[in-house]
Structures are given as structure tokens and as C-alpha cells.
Design a protein around this ligand. Structure first.
Ligand code: NDP
Length: 607
């Protein structure tokens, strides 16, 4: 395999930027389609079986009609870290409500072979220091991450009150009793003094709207409901032995497919990979973590130091050292080096943007050179090259994906940006050719640009009957991304309008958990029944956010379509509110730490 120095020199030919940009535009135009998000199918009616949980049997239970101090929607990282901090703060009854059969959120559902984190375990896996767990690899595989979720659940005693296989249907503020009324699809109707929401951005699987999709007579499933009963093998990567005589098709070549394809290539008799847009696939360089090295660095406060170091390297800080050293910090370092190389008087926003673009051109040339260096068949190599800026789509990192296309029996079926033409009883049609298959696996991703109430399955009804959809009809409005005026005692655990650190979402979540637990503890100590952000404080925060540069780099409108840029469609004026603290993530974390440590919680009203 070529090392990164060889790739850098292969890519170091002079770059014809105009030609490259013209190519990027042409590739994007090929993929644009007027139906945007409407091209995908919602998994309801005849398609709802694609949502069935293959992992945990459903257990009947009596509906809950009691009262808890804190109820949390979602048992993924957000709920777990918030629950853990609340327990530490002395809140005995925290009830997490989760649609899956256990904790884990995305890691509960995504058990496809090869699933692993793309952000380094040391900073991605939450509460490592508190639980005393040493990640086994630089990029841990899914079973280990799921086990970390369970470990947090056990250690912080979150299992006892949790409701699994339960979906919220309504959350209604009862102003007379200063509490939330929570209703679910299991007939529960209980109350809570406080609620938290951490439903995550990518939890509703979608199918591509391909004509004939319901007519296929073979087996099919979505990657987030992997059917090991059919494929054999298991989530730890054991050979899927029952695929040895099967013709398997996988539709989609995003981050999920990139991780699953090498395993399918190893197991299936024939594997057909149906591609609409190639992913950019950079070097992974995963490695086991050496316990001796870990013991030497895991001194008190280590994980917070690592989190802050990554964020400083990645999101505009000035760290001298790069502890994590991965693809994310590499790209940021290149951009920073180029910008710092500019003479002082030329450090204009325009020149900085040009520096970013130059770094990106270089990086993408390296990634394309890597395809040529690895993939033996020239035509296949050409088709696997990504023609867009790296942050137009989710960057991928893998050391076996491109190699899989050298395996006999693995076929790349490129649709030249058009997508699969049709699905028949027997298989998949592309360019008029029918590929007969025993099994179709949909690596077609998750709903992003749809109405949030559709994805959540409920709305919030706050003070005086105001719903969250009404409050956010012109876009998200909050203070710190956590508090929303009109919704007392409710806390949102997510990155937007806070640090907005997308490259390591858990950093946002673990930090918000600290803030929330301190606020709840303070309210309980003061005997306050309600905590709410004032209208003024929320307006001021939103106004401050709008002084920033807006969304930069990730998924700009001139990118090839995908969920990063609302499938290439104008996302409307509300999208300009999907931003973070103008001074960047590091500055936000410093600001919020000072805010919560001051103890007056400026902007919040305790009553
Ligand atoms: P994506 O939405 O990224 O990919 C969906 C794929 O399906 C795309 O390749 C898309 O093509 C393709 N597709 C859609 N419609 C058609 C069609 N009609 N014909 C052919 N192909 C079609 O979903 P993923 O599950 O891969 O990833 C979702 C997100 O989950 C990631 O972006 C990432 O944020 C997260 N993730 C993180 C991982 C990690 O951290 N380790 C691993 C996996 C996922 P096109 O690109 O043209 O739209």
C-alpha cells in the first residue's frame, strides 16, 4: 500500500485549478435533481418492516403513570452523558426513554460488519476516564462502543428507570404543576420535573425512491438493521459464511458502505456495489492502543485534555501539539499553515478562503492518487475518484475499501450520478442492464432535511400551548443551543447554536451535560420549580450567532448534492441559524465554562 509521502509526491504535480473547478461543477450538475429530499422513501406502511429491531426481543410491560425528576428522550451518547452527570449531581431518578432495545443510540442500531468510529476513540468515546475503560484501538469498532454505552448505563445506574422499545408521542408542559407530561406509544403517561432531548441527527433510516423497490422477491434490509440471521457472521466482523453462495447488491457508497463493503467482498459469492457518487476515502491507519502507552498518558483529567487538544487543532485554535493526529487535524493543519504563510497585509478573508481551497485541492489530488495506486483495474479506479471538495460530503477513511475492488467477484456498478434506474423482482437495473441478486442491502442513509417533527415522531407543547415547531418556524432559536424560551425545564443536547463542533459531536454533548446537571442541581438547591431562558437572553444569543461568518466549508451550495447541503436545494432562510459560536468551538467551550462557573446563570430565570 502506498504511504502518505508517496501519495503526496504523486499528487504534487501543478494543479490546474480552473480545470478542476470545472470538473467539480460538471460532476455536481450531473447529480442535481429537482426532488431533493423528496427522492427518498419514508419507512412507513408497506415499508415499515425495514424498521423492525433485529437485535432485541420486544418485552411487554405495564404503562408508566408515575413521576420522575428528569426524563430524557433518547438513549444514545446525549442521554447517557446527561444521565451520568445528573446522577453525579445527586438526581436519583433519571428516566431515559429509548426506541431501541438498549442504550447506544446510533451504536445500538448500526451493527453492520466493519462499523467503527471515524473520530479517534480517545476523544470520541464518552466518559472513558470516569469508567476506566481503555479503548483497544485508535478507531474502535462498533461492539466496543456499544459496550461503552452499556458500561455508562450500568455504572451510573441508568438501567433501572429506563424505558426501552418506547417512542415518545407527546411532550406537554403542565404550567399549573410546573412539570412535563410525557406520553408514549406504549400507553405511558407519566410526568417529569425536567426533560432533556437528545435524539441525534441521523436516526431515521431512509430508502432510495427507486421505481419498483417493493417488487424485489429476494431478501433485503437497511444497513442499520443488519440481518445476521440471513448473512451469517456477527458485528465483530466474523465471516458472513451464509453469503458464500449468494449474489449480493449494496446500494450506496457513503460512510456506511465504505466500512461494510470489505466484509461483504470477503464473504459473498458475487458483490455488486451500486454507486451514485463516490466517497473520498483517505488513509485510516488504525492501530491497537498500547496499554503501557495508555497508562503513561491516562493521568487525571486526560480525556478533557485530549478533547480540548483535538478541538483546538481542528477548529481554529492554536495548540502546539497534535495529540490525536488524524485526517481531521491534518486538513486543518494544512489550511492553517497556508494561512500563516500569508504576509500580514494579505490576510484578507478572500485570501484565507483561497488558502483553504488550495489545501483542499492538494488533499483531494492525494486522495484521487490513492485510488490509482490501490485499484488495479483502470476503469474502476477512474470511477472511484471523488470530484468535489473534501468537506462537500462526509470524508471517509479506510484501508480496505478501495482494495476490495481488486477482489475477484466484486463489481463496481457506477450509475454516472444518476442512481439506480429500477428494481425488479430479480434484482437491480442500471443503464438498461439487469443484475440478478439474492439480496439487496440498502446503505442509503438517514433522513436529515425532513421536518424535525416527522423525524422525532412528536412535537413539544410548551408554555401557553406554544409548540416547538411554531417557536422554530423561522429556524432554530435558543440560548447556547440548550434552552428555548417558552419551554421551561427543557434542555436540548446537540451541537447547533453552541460549539457546533461537527468533527467530534461527543465533545458538545459531554460539555452540555455538565451545564445541564449544574443548572438542575442549582434549581433543586434553590427550591425553584421552573427554569427558563428569558426572551431577551435568547434574542441576544441568536443575534450574536448571526455576527459570525455563517456555515463555512461543510456542504456549501456549490457542492455535489448530499445531506450536507440539503441535496443541493436552497435550504431556505432558516438554515442561516444552523450555526455555532462566532469565535469557534474552543472559544465557546471556554465561554460556557466561565458562564456556568459564575453561578448566576445569566439569561436564565429561576422561579
Ligand atoms: P449516506 O447518506 O452518506 O449515503 C447514502 C448513499 O446512498 C450515498 O452513497 C447515496 O448516493 C446513495 N444513494 C441514495 N440514493 C441512491 C440511488 N437512488 N441510487 C444509488 N445510490 C443511491 O448514508 P451512510 O449510512 O453511508 O452515512 C450516513 C452518515 O452516518 C455519514 O455521513 C456519517 O455522518 C455517519 N456515519 C458515520 C460513521 C462513522 O463515524 N464511522 C460510519 C457510517 C456512517 P449520493 O452520495 O449520490 O447521494
Amino acid at each position: 500500500m502506498p504511504d502518505s509521502n508517496e501519495l503526496q509526491s504523486a499528487a504534487r504535480k501543478p494543479i490546474d485549478k480552473e480545470a478542476l473547478l470545472a470538473r467539480y461543477r460538471a460532476e455536481r450538475d450531473k447529480r442535481l435533481r429537482p426532488d431533493g429530499n423528496a427522492q427518498y422513501l419514508e419507512l412507513k406502511g408497506q415499508l415499515s418492516h425495514y424498521l423492525d429491531d433485529p437485535y432485541t426481543p420486544f418485552v411487554e410491560r405495564a404503562p408508566k403513570t408515575d413521576h420522575v425528576t428528569f426524563a430524557f428522550v433518547g438513549g444514545g451518547f446525549a442521554g447517557l452523558v446527561t444521565g451520568a452527570r445528573l446522577k453525579e449531581a445527586g438526581v436519583a431518578d433519571v428516566r431515559i426513554v429509548e426506541k431501541g432495545g438498549d442504550f447506544g443510540g446510533t451504536w445500538y442500531w448500526n451493527r453492520y460488519p466493519g462499523a467503527q468510529c471515524d473520530t479517534a476513540s480517545m476523544i470520541y468515546m464518552p466518559l472513558l476516564e470516569e469508567t476506566g475503560h481503555m479503548p483497544t484501538e485508535k478507531y474502535a469498532h462498533a461492539p466496543e462502543i456499544l459496550e461503552q454505552c452499556r458500561r455508562i448505563g450500568r455504572q451510573f445506574d441508568l438501567y433501572g428507570d429506563a424505558l426501552f422499545h418506547t417512542e415518545i408521542t407527546a411532550l406537554t408542559w403542565d404550567g399549573e404543576r410546573s412539570r412535563w407530561v410525557i406520553e408514549t406509544n406504549r400507553g405511558d403517561r407519566f410526568t417529569a420535573d425536567y426533560i432533556g432531548l437528545g435524539t441525534g441527527p441521523l436516526h431515521v433510516p431512509k430508502l432510495p425512491g427507486i421505481p419498483g423497490i417493493e417488487s424485489f422477491k429476494g431478501h433485503s434490509f437497511h444497513t442499520s438493521r443488519w440481518d445476521y440471521g440471513y448473512t451469517g457472521g456477527d458485528p465483530s466482523g466474523a465471516l458472513m459464511d451464509t453469503l458464500a453462495d449468494k449474489r449480493v447488491g449494496i446500494i450506496g457508497t457513503g460512510a456506511t458502505s465504505v466500512q461494510a463493503v470489505p466484509h461483504l467482498a470477503r464473504a459473498a459469492k458475487e458483490l455488486y456495489v451500486f454507486q451514485r457518487t463516490p466517497s473520498s476515502v483517505d488513509v485510516r491507519a488504525n492501530a491497537p492502543i498500547d496499554p503501557e502507552w495508555f497508562a503513561s498518558i491516562a493521568t487525571p483529567g486526560w480525556q478533557q485534555r485530549w478533547l480540548e487538544n483535538f478541538t483546538a487543532n481542528q477548529a481554529g485554535g492554536t495548540a502546539e501539539e497534535d495529540l490525536v493526529q488524524d485526517g481531521w487535524t491534518d486538513l486543518s493543519r494544512r489550511i492553517r499553515t497556508k494561512i500563516m504563510g500569508l504576509p500580514r497585509d494579505q490576510m484578507t478573508p478572500q485570501n484565507m478562503l483561497a488558502a483553504y481551497e488550495d489545501s483542499d485541492f492538494e488533499k483531494m489530488e492525494e486522495i484521487r492518487a490513492r485510488v490509482d495506486a490501490i485499484v488495479e483495474d483502470r476503469e474502476t479506479a477512474q470511477k472511484l475518484k471523488a470530484w468535489y471538495r473534501q468537506l462537500c460530503k462526509r470524508p471517509c477513511f479506510h484501508d480496505a475499501y478501495l482494495q476490495a475492488f481488486n477482489t475477484p467477484g466484486v463489481h463496481l456498478i457506477d450509475t454516472d450520478g444518476k442512481g439506480v434506474e429500477r428494481i425488479t423482482e430479480k434484482g437491480v437495473v442500471v443503464g438498461g442492464v439487469e443484475y440478478e441478486l439474492d439480496c439487496i442491502i440498502y446503505a442509503s442513509g438517514f433522513e436529515v432535511g425532513t421536518e424535525w417533527t416527522r423525524r422525532a415522531g412528536f412535537d413539544l407543547t410548551g408554555r401557553d400551548g406554544l409548540t416547538l415547531s411554531q417557536a422554530w418556524s423561522e429556524g432554530i432559536k435558543s440560548m447556547h443551543g440548550i434552552h428555548v424560551h417558552g419551554f421551561p425545564n427543557a434542555f436540548f443536547v446537540q451541537p447547533t447554536q453552541g460549539a457546533n463542533l461537527i468533527s467530534n459531536v461527543p465533545h458538545n454533548l459531554t460539555d452540555s451535560a455538565r451545564t445541564i446537571s449544574l443548572i438542575v442541581k442549582t434549581a433543586l438547591e434553590r427550591g425553584a420549580k421552573e427554569v427558563e431562558v428569558t426572551k431577551q437572553a435568547q434574542d441576544d444569543w441568536v443575534a450574536l450567532l448571526l455576527t459570525g461568518p455563517g456555515r463555512m466549508m461543510i456542504g456549501s451550495p456549490d457542492c455535489t448534492p448530499g445531506y450536507y447541503n440539503n441535496e443541493g436545494q436552497d435550504p431556505g432562510p432558516a438554515a442561516k441559524l444552523n450555526v455555532g459560536y462566532p469565535a469557534g468551538a474552543t472559544a465557546y467551550f471556554k465561554y460556557i465554562e466561565e458562564w456556568r462557573n459564575r453561578g448566576d446563570f445569566e439569561g436564565l430565570e429561576f422561579r
